[in-house]
Design a protein around this ligand. Structure first.
Ligand code: EAX
Length: 321
């Protein structure tokens, strides 16, 4: 009798331990916690923990502490890290179909980009990540990219000629910026501040949210509001880790990502509303440029992009209203 009691007690203890075994996951970003991306992963982590009643805990890592965006995407693909929230900068190295989203001046504004990504085109694109070992949970937002540099005011495209600019590790951006006569240096984001500080590169390009989060005003004098590229972001999860979740928890992860993207986009809107005033107050010389000059300067490169991506595919995105 005693033995049976002991065995039962052990079984109950083991069961309760298993049922309360907390699953720990990691998610990373390359920018600081106090940012549009920090809001994204903090909201995601909070939502997952609440919706799974503490069964799954997602630990956030900021400022590239687990590596740059490309390294983090690789780690998620390998399964050594469950999740990352990243700009689409390095994504074409893993999912080439995503390159079309990086074409300069493709999106009219954030509203157009959000409608496209949340609609059929964007959802079709998310499905393409699965063959490469990812579950793409949702599109987020990095923002509209602008040019900064430490050398000179950039009023027109010709002012860009010869500037040594850090770019993301993105083939479309590199081709486009060469079209402006820029000397391009692809580099992981965590190295950018030091490269600007040491003058290894003259400038870089990023949304206001990133420029502010990274405190680039400390190492960059000139900001030109070129708005040359809309930079999506994306929640990526290791596909095997996602597939292992119960149907209920899969739903929780997808819902958590949706809530997180709402917070992420709201923070980008806040940053865009106050960014110019804030950066001017911190000493940056901010120039409103005539964007049409930059669009026409990219004429030859755009002809290339129409060939590479198909005019119909680009027009399908442009037609989203
Ligand atoms: O995702 O690499 C970049 O310039 C990105 O915009 C930055 O890491 C934020």
């Amino acid at each position: 009798m005693k033995f049976r009691l002991a065995a039962t007690a052990l079984a109950v203890a083991t069961l309760s331990a298993v049922s309360f075994a907390q699953q720990n996951m990691r998610i990373s970003i390359s920018v600081a916690q106090n940012s549009h991306q920090g809001v994204a992963i903090d909201t995601f982590a909070k939502e997952v923990e609440a919706r799974t009643k503490g069964r799954i805990k997602v630990q956030p890592f900021y400022s590239g502490s687990l590596g740059g965006e490309r390294e983090s995407i690789e780690a998620v693909q390998l399964g050594t890290q469950e999740l990352t929230f990243t700009s689409t900068g390095p994504v074409p190295n893993f999912v080439p179909e995503a390159r079309i989203l990086d074409v300069p001046f493709l999106f009219r504004d954030k509203a157009h980009a959000r409608m496209t990504l949340d609609g059929a085109i964007g959802q079709e694109m998310l499905a393409k990540f699965e063959a490469k070992g990812f579950k793409a949970l949702a599109w987020g937002e990095n923002g509209i990219r602008h040019m900064t540099n430490s050398k000179r005011a950039v009023n027109a495209p010709e002012d860009l000629k010869g500037l040594k600019m850090r770019t993301m590790e993105n083939p479309v951006h590199i081709a486009a910026y060469k079209g402006f006569g820029i000397v391009t240096t692809p580099m992981a984001f965590p190295e950018v501040f030091t490269a600007l500080q040491q003058g290894t590169v003259d400038g870089q390009e990023n949304p206001l949210s990133v420029i502010m989060a990274a405190k680039f005003e400390q190492v960059q004098k000139h900001l030109s509001l070129t708005g040359h590229v809309y930079s999506p972001a994306i929640f990526l999860m290791n596909k095997a880790a996602f597939d292992k979740l119960s149907a209920e928890d899969k739903g929780h992860f997808l819902e958590a990502a949706k809530v997180a993207v709402r917070a992420n986009r709201a923070r980008v809107d806040e940053d865009d509303a106050k960014g110019v005033t804030e950066l001017r107050a911190k000493g940056m010389q901010v120039i409103e440029v005539d964007k049409s000059k930059f669009v026409s300067a990219l004429g030859p490169v755009n002809a290339e992009f129409e060939k590479q991506f198909g005019k119909a595919n680009l027009d399908r995105i442009r037609a989203v209203k």
